[in-house]
Design a binder for this molecule. Structure first.
Ligand code: DX5
Ligand code: ZN
Length: 223
C-alpha cells in the first residue's frame, strides 16, 4: 500500500523571537514539530507548555510535541490537553509508558514513543501496541543541525515490517539530520513522518523545501 510521506518542520531551527511568523512560513507542512527540552533529560533547554499553548493558538498546522524531558508521566498530558495532535515521550524517561499512552489518548492526542539511537526496539514491542506513533531518533536528542545516523535505519525497517504485517499499528517517524541528502534512505527504510529542522528553516524558502522533501520521500518509496 503506498504511503503518503508527512513532513514535520522542527521549530527548533526557527527564529524564536518571531514564532507566529515562523509557524506561518510552514503552513503547508503536515505537522509542526515542537521540541520540548528540560535541561535534564537532554543537555539543552528550549520551551514548555505556555509557549506551546501560544503556538497552538496561531498554528494552521497540527502540533507534534516531542518531549525530551524527565517525568513525562507528569507533564505530557498537559500538551495533549493544549490541543497537540501527537505527543511523544521518550521511552528512556518513562517508568510506565503504557499509562502515559492511555492518558494522552484520553486527552484526545495521538500517543508517541521515542527511542534514542542506542535504545533497541525489541524491548518495547509489547508496549508499542498502546501507541500510535514511534519516533526513531536519527541523532542524539538535544540539538538541531547534527549529522544523520544511518546506522539507526534497521530500527525503522523493523518497525515498518511489524506495521505492514499487522503486528503494530504505528506511524513511523524519523527525527534528526533529515535533509535532501538523507530523506530518501529514511523513506526507503519505511518512515511515514519526516522531521526536518535546519533543512526547512535554514532554506531561503521553507515552503519550497517542504514540497521538495515530500516529493523526494514519495519518489523513494514508489521508485
Ligand atoms: C533534536 C530534535 C530535532 C531537531 C532536528 O533533539 O529532536 O527535532 O530539531 O533538527 P535537524 O533537522 O536540524 O537535525
Ligand atoms: Zn524532535
Amino acid at each position: 500500500m503506498p504511503r503518503t510521506p508527512m513532513i514535520a518542520p522542527s521549530l527548533l531551527s526557527a527564529d524564536f523571537a518571531r514564532l507566529a511568523d515562523e509557524v506561518q512560513r510552514v503552513a503547508d507542512a503536515d505537522w509542526l514539530h515542537v521540541d520540548v527540552m528540560d535541561a535534564h533529560f537532554v543537555p539543552n533547554l528550549t520551551l514548555g507548555l505556555p509557549v506551546v499553548q501560544a503556538i497552538q493558538a496561531v498554528s494552521p498546522v497540527p502540533l507534534d510535541c516531542h518531549l525530551m524531558i524527565e517525568a513525562p508521566e507528569r507533564w505530557a498530558p498537559g500538551y495533549a490537553e493544549a490541543g497537540a495532535r501527537n505527543v511523544t515521550v521518550h521511552a528512556e524517561a518513562c517508568t510506565d509508558p503504557r499509562a502515559v499512552a492511555r492518558d494522552l489518548r484520553a486527552a484526545g492526542a495521538l500517543a508517541g514513543l521515542a527511542l534514542k539511537p542506542g535504545t533497541p526496539l525489541e524491548g518495547y514491542l509489547d508496549v508499542l501496541r498502546d501507541f500510535d506513533t514511534l519516533l526513531v531518533m536519527t541523532v542524539e536528542p538535544g540539538f538541531g543541525g547534527q549529522e544523520f545516523m544511518a546506522e539507526v535505519l534497521p530500527k525503522v525497517r523493523r518497525a515498518r515490517e511489524l506495521t505492514d504485517t499487522g503486528h503494530l499499528r504505528l506511524l513511523v517517524e524519523v527525527d534528526g539530520g533529515i535533509n535532501a541528502d538523507t530523506i530518501e534512505q529514511a523513506a526507503e527504510a519505511g518512515a511515514d513522518v519526516f522531521v526536518a529542522g535546519s533543512a526547512v528553516y535554514g532554506a531561503d524558502d521553507p515552503a519550497r523545501a517542504i514540497a521538495a522533501l515530500r516529493a523526494q520521500a514519495a519518489s523513494a518509496v514508489t521508485g
